[in-house]
Design a protein around this ligand. Sequence first.
Ligand code: FAD
Ligand code: SF4
Length: 957
Amino acid sequence: MAEQHRPHTDTPPAAAPAFVAALRSAVRGASDFGAAARALTTMDASNYRRVPLGVLAPRDADDIAAALAVCREHGVPVVARGGGTSIAGQATGTGLVLDLTRHLRTILDLDPVARTAVVQPGVILDDLRAAAAPHGLTFGPDPSTHSRCTLGGMIGNNSCGAHSVAWGTTADNVRKLSVVRYGGGSLHLEQGSGTGPEGVGALVAAHLALLRTGYPGLPRRISGYALDALLPEHPGGPDPVRAFCGSEGTLGVVTEATVRLVEAPRARALAVLGYADESDAADAAPGLLPFRPLTVEGMAADLVTGSAGLPRGAAWLFVETGGDTPAEARAHAERVLRAADAVDGTVVTDPAGQRALWRIREDAAGTATRMPDGTEAWPGWEDCAVPPARLGAYLRDFRALLAEHGLRGAPYGHFGDGCVHVRIDFDLISAGGVARFRRFSEETADLVVAHGGSLSGEHGDGQARAELLPRMYGSELVALFHRFKDLWDPDGGLNPGILARPAPLDANLRFAVLPGRPVDVEFGYPQDGGDFAGAVRRCVGVAKCRTTEASGAGVMCPSFRATGEEAHSTRGRARLLHEMLAGEIITDGWRSEEVRDALDLCLSCKGCRSDCPVGVDMATYKAEFLHHHYRGRLRPAAHYAMGRLPRWLRLAAPLARPLNALARLRPLAALAKRLAGIAPERTIPVLATETYSRWLLRRQGKGTRILSSDRVVALWADTFTEHLYPQAGRAAVRVLERATGRTVLPPPRGLCCGLTYVSTGQLDAARRVMRRTLDRLRLLPGHPLVVLEPSCAATLRTDLPELLPDDPRAAELAASVRTFAQYLEEYAPDWTPPRLDRPVAGQTHCHQHAVLGDAAERRLRERMGLSGELSGGCCGLAGNFGFEKGHWEVSVACAEERLLPAVRNAEPGTELLADGFSCRTQLDQLAGRRARHLAEVVAEAVEEASTAVREGRGDGA
Ligand SMILES: Cc1cc2nc3c(=O)[nH]c(=O)nc-3n(C[C@H](O)[C@H](O)[C@H](O)COP(=O)(O)OP(=O)(O)OC[C@H]3O[C@@H](n4cnc5c(N)ncnc54)[C@H](O)[C@@H]3O)c2cc1C
Ligand code: SF4
């Protein structure tokens, strides 16, 4: 094995008690110096990791000032943190982290006439845009992280996005700033009122020539401090606000900002232009700028997985135009199309069509976080910019340099502004790989400079690029940067190691602390070469899981949306697992209570498996963790009660009637719930008095003989259908037999997918159960297995082969799984389901969304005239989760997010659908509403149609 790159740091120090006491007596906001709080903030979305002493959530500007005063007194460095989505290490630090997202998220004023807003630093960009939208206004800069990045972080990084060709960077859109300095003093910055702290004006005056000639001219110059904004000839006069923007938390902490709002076009159109290759597209981009487009985005074919709808070509420009009416926006886009020297092109005006095309571009950005073959790709050189006219030439040279270093990456980005994104398959683990990362960074910096560019064109220098700034600006100007920093922060307490006097670009790499050898684990982790550390480091920190509102069919991450705590986001949990493996601050490995507590509120909904751009699968990691955490120890009661549910239900089946009667006696039910670790607010579900398989036997009669395997359907009798909700099974049998003319096979006894054992981390038992199932189940070769319960189907599809990777029968069974609608599509393509023509509401099961997909269900509903959308997100019950003691509030909050409002607002006559037993139970227990499995609705319709035929009223189905 190659020698592993080792960190330069020793075990991180803990906060001194005197500092903690002084801080706590000076501020009102909560501070946390525990292992979990520190672990959660060791990283941003970069390759770097710095362990802080602790985290403070200040309540207001006074708290920030007081904290900075105490920190200076005790020599503790400070880093301000918003969403922590920075890609160059600048949102991490070794001292006190100021979490500005907890309390400082108020929009203090919005003046539609003056077109300004006054915001606190923790305001999320999307919240500001939502507040401005009713006035026809928006905040122009739009990083892709708009759903979770903060205005403070945007100012810190001078962020921008696809619309910068129209509205510029954050620096172009900030009017005033209130800033607190290290030590507690504050300053108000505004153009026309000085240059900032004392001495800055004199520094500028003494170096006018250097400042006038030292900066390259290009729209996306994000690197370094913008000292040229302080020149006397700067339009409108010296602008300390502009000079502060992009200072990455190294000068002061913003406590309030007045920002400019711009008019949002009433209508938009999109011209997509095809070119022979990426450099042709890049060469064409500057020629489109005179048409004043809103965006000029570029990408090449190597990032496109589904190119449906794209015009011919091997690279494309996405040019958005605006207008007062759709016709005006279209005419604008058509002018662009006519003028563009493209191989092919298309103009789209309808919003759905535009969204579909934009999705291809956005998916390309997501794809870029991994290589097309699924291998790892990392930031490090992902946002440089050159003058737009040089972009084509730069890209040709850049691709050649990549090849020279044996590296791979697929560039894309804001071609109209000459800014290129790319994730590269650096090896940041072995010493040789890290050395190559350094060489490549140095040579690419020279290449960018040779093209007149900026090392950072969007995300900031942080630790990744700052060391290379002398190559871009020369050592004299960089020395001036250091003096500017010293005038603002003479003690050097604000974000040291970043931007000014930076740490080396290959120090503090976050992978260095992970174990060099694969950790001994239970799941197979096929996407990560069997390496749990590889699975955990998948999380690059893009923080899509921190989005506070789920949209469309999206699920991730319901627990974060319920609590708003980083620890309950997918990223937070991945960070805690990372630190558990690192062993520096979380030192008790699998026994860690910090990790257990953070995972406790994970619903195992698998939402992250599909919605996270890098496919973090926290439900699996949680099962893995619980297995090791409780190995050889007493588990929570719920694990015995609900984890072993299939066994208890089998034993209880013959006594269903008396047990149901006993469960209705309140004191007895309360006692049973207490003993079983069930939330007292829950009602114990009713046992079926006749199981599904007994019903099937009764229906088919003893001695039913199946003569040909082509005449049968294998229907899985999951625990829920078998013992708690056999009506779904009964309905499915009727429909499947009617639609296919085949007979449903009676299920073998004692089969189980192992779901409840997996979700409670009883993985030895899960494996035993799964092996028994494989022994007993005789799959008919080439025949699928219909599974009605989405969570069981997902377990068979994913957990089974990952827990039994060496058993070929597991992979075979996984591949055979079909949902009810998938089976009907495949095996009864000519069958016409009866029409019901009514609206639907209800829940798409989170596992269906994440693992199986619901396209077939949607098509079946459409064919039946069942209109409308089911809710995305998670119902909040999620198997055992919502029943477990301590989970009631989060479970209800998840249901209240989308499902319950949708059901409450449904018009009369709406059909309530939920294929998951959990979702139906949640609706029943929280809303008193009965939802049904799609199979039940189809069965009822089939029967009604048959009755109608018998009575001479219709054609049947
Ligand atoms: C997938 C992905 C896509 C991205 N796309 C874009 C993009 O399109 N355009 C773009 O510009 N960036 C992009 N970024 C980078 C990043 O998301 C943006 O720069 C974002 O605006 C940072 O906001 P944040 O709240 O996460 O800030 P953080 O990362 O928390 O902080 C950013 C910097 O600002 C400092 N800071 C935070 N608050 C304050 C304050 N109150 N006072 C002073 N300094 C402060 C921090 O110390 C840090 O140095 C992307 C990142 C990711 C992971
Ligand atoms: S499984 Fe669901 S609840 Fe758990 S981290 Fe992933 S998205 Fe969040």
